[in-house]
Ligand binder design. Structure first.
Ligand code: DX5
Ligand code: ZN
Length: 216
């Protein structure tokens, strides 16, 4: 299987969101990466339900929703209604992570857990078999266009070992500072899915850039 490419709509032109959604529809991208920030868990605010519903209306591929919010449990059903197919919560935002995962799955979504750069991948060992996805942050969450933190490579490799050891079928997705160079290294380390925001949308030909990532 070739890698999953999930362009981050955080870097799209919000005045032309339908155009950018169509670009992703017509590209070789696999998912839409949708970043929700609440100004509490991360020092930035992005967008919420009306924007996700608008994207869903036009998107022909699954929505990979990354919640950078405190108390995600409060909104799981609402994200399902807005159109999330994959719902990823932060380990650092969930006191009862196991329960949160069960609720996401009970609502008919695939369940993911994101780890900030300082959080050891080993904390997920006991619940890996329950997870559909682990999102390794290769920047501190909150903003697009940041520089890749190289220790993400070792983290992906360690997580891959844990996934194999526990018999989990979780996919490894990586988010932050992904370009052709870091993307290639991440795939070699064991990543299954790459998120890319500014690298895609700031490029002269986003469709081709998605294809270049897909062909790595
Ligand atoms: C950052 C977000 C990312 C962001 C990635 O907090 O979670 O998904 O859009 O942007 P780039 O690819 O520009 O680092
Ligand atoms: Zn993200």
């Amino acid at each position: 299987m070739s890698q999953i490419i999930s362009p981050s709509v955080l870097s799209c032109d919000f005045a032309n969101i339908q155009r950018d959604v169509e670009m992703i529809n017509n590209s070789t991208a696999d998912w839409f990466h949708v970043d929700v920030m609440d100004g509490v868990f991360v020092p930035n605010i992005s967008f919420g339900f009306p924007v996700i519903s608008a994207i869903k209306k036009h998107a022909t591929k699954p929505l990979d929703v990354h919640l950078m919010i405190a108390n995600p449990d409060q909104y799981i059903e609402a994200f399902k209604k807005a159109g999330a197919d994959w719902l990823t919560v932060h380990y650092e935002a969930c006191t009862h992570l196991h329960r949160t995962i069960q609720v996401i799955k009970a609502n008919g979504m695939k369940a993911g857990v994101a780890l900030n750069p300082h959080t050891s991948v080993e904390v997920l060992e006991d619940i890996l078999p329950e997870l559909d996805l682990v999102l390794i942050m290769s920047v501190n969450p909150g903003f697009g266009g940041q520089k890749f933190i190289p220790h993400a490579l070792k983290r992906v490799a360690r997580l891959k070992e844990l996934i194999n050891k526990t018999g989990s079928s979780a996919l490894i997705e990586v988010d932050g500072g992904v370009n052709l160079e870091t993307g290639k290294q991440l795939l070699e380390a064991g990543a299954d899915a790459l998120v890319a925001g500014s690298f895609v949308f700031n490029s002269p030909d986003p469709t081709q850039t998605i294809q270049d990532l897909k062909a790595l």
